[in-house]
Design a protein around this ligand. Structure first.
Ligand code: IMP
Length: 426
């Protein structure tokens, strides 16, 4: 039994969906453990493109159990839309389960997220406006609704009597937004209860026990990426959950002892959406070329992604705090026509020449940092049909081996295109 966690090792959008989709083939239980519909996971299967936000993409395989874990935050209307989309494609949803302990994103959360983003003159985060931050804030502040509350009149009544006076005061006095009556919220909750009813898994403890006892394979599916982690990322320009490997332990119902491997997915370059520091960002023609060739536009928001060279300084940090046992490197084929490929191996402070070999966690100095690069020769040929590591061009192998050397972490998977077949297991 090898239980694996798949996480993003950069700023999200590393191609996790394809890797989790591949690994899901061998898994019995797939658990999405943090984040919400801020994530956008694209999977190409059966000749079709599927876009997932919340539901583990493992649902595309028959007979798998897919759990949306307690660590997630769920926007009911988005969940419903995703379900409807999958039903239209005749995807079997009988294995889909939702933890009763997952937190509900209420309309005021999305409204506050939108308001905060639209009105921030300084300190704009560039969120997806899906209410993620405000939902996690209320969860930590102990004034959020959990899925299980939808099925308990007592819990709902008692909690709303506490939550609504606080929320309404905030909405009105801090944000100048519409307030909510208890009747309105109870009506909404009735609607939400019906949306989740077929999927909510009150027997989650028995389910998790059973899979563990029977030695079934468990795959933990992370969203976003290490550099967006609320503890370790480029705070405050981060999401509000823990995309690091450790998040799988708190967000799933299993402790850390069931986890055997953590695979960090990274692109052969770096992208970022939203605001925040990005030392290797390229705002020139090379950046545009990476964006065009790599189709770097957001799944959730359609925003063009900021692009830059591979940053081994942040990646080495991600290997540590993410707990990576290996790396899945994606989109290496984007460089097929590049003469030169760069890897950032250190940062230099423009002010005093100080060299940083390790990632400086004070992001407010990142604007003074410039990347120190080593340059590698391109391979100048199409590698999108290569399926064996030995068949990769020499320069591509040299590049990969150099990355392993710098990162002191093995590369276990190389992805050379969006399809399942375009994958090299090393
Ligand atoms: P939030 O998660 O919507 O609060 O957004 C916080 C930051 O995380 C913003 O910079 C978003 O662009 C970024 N973010 C959130 N989800 C994703 C994702 O799935 N991929 C890439 N960036 C993301």
């Amino acid at each position: 039994m090898v239980n694996k966690v798949v996480i993003g090792a950069q700023w999200g959008d590393e191609g996790k969906a394809k890797i989790t989709d591949l690994l899901a083939q061998d898994a019995d239980l797939i658990i999405r453990y943090q984040g919400g519909c801020n994530a956008g996971h694209t999977v190409v299967a059966h000749g079709k493109t599927f876009k997932f936000h919340l539901i583990p993409s493992g649902i595309l395989y028959k007979g798998k159990t897919c759990l949306i874990g307690n660590g997630t935050v769920i926007l009911p209307e988005y969940f419903e839309q995703e379900i409807d989309g999958l039903k239209k494609e005749n995807i079997d949803l009988s294995g889909l389960k939702v933890s009763p302990l997952a937190t509900i994103t209420m309309p005021w959360h999305t409204e506050v997220d939108g308001y905060s983003e639209d009105n921030a003159s300084k300190g704009k985060i560039g969120t997806t406006k899906k209410g993620i931050g405000p939902t996690y804030t209320d969860k930590m502040n102990r004034i959020a609704l959990k899925i299980q509350d939808l099925y308990s009149d007592e819990a709902l009544n008692e909690k709303l009597d506490v939550i609504l006076p606080i929320k309404n005061k905030q909405l009105e006095k801090v944000y100048g937004l519409k307030t909510y009556t208890k009747e309105e919220v109870l009506d909404l909750c009735k609607k939400y209860a019906e949306i989740f009813r077929p999927y909510v898994c009150f027997e989650w403890q028995e389910l998790l026990h059973k899979f563990k006892k029977e030695g079934k394979k468990i795959l933990f599916e992370g969203a976003q990426g290490v550099m967006l982690d609320v503890d370790f990322g480029t705070y405050p320009f981060v999401t509000s959950s823990n995309p690091v490997g450790g998040g799988a332990a708190t967000g799933s119902g299993y402790g850390p002892t069931v986890i055997n491997e953590v695979i960090g997915v990274a692109k052969a370059y770096v992208t970022r959406v939203g605001e925040g520091p990005f030392v290797t960002e390229l705002t020139d023609e090379t950046g545009n070329l990476i964006r065009e060739v790599g189709h770097e536009f957001g799944v959730t928001t359609g925003r063009p992604r900021r692009c830059g060279w591979f940053d081994a300084v942040t990646m080495k940090y991600a290997c540590l705090v993410g707990g990576l046992t290996s790396i899945a490197l994606t989109k290496i084929d984007v460089f097929d026509k590049f003469d030169e490929i760069k890897i950032c191996t250190a940062y230099k402070d423009k002010r005093d020449g100080k060299i940083y070999n390790s990632y400086p966690t004070d992001v407010y100095i990142h604007k003074y940092l410039e990347p120190i690069y080593e340059t590698h020769k391109g391979w100048g040929e199409d590698i999108t049909k290569v399926t064996k590591y030995e068949d990769l061009p020499l320069n591509a192998r040299k590049y990969l081996e150099r990355l392993e050397e710098i990162l002191e972490t093995p590369i276990s998977i190389v992805s050379v295109g969006p399809d399942r077949e375009q994958t090299i297991f090393k």
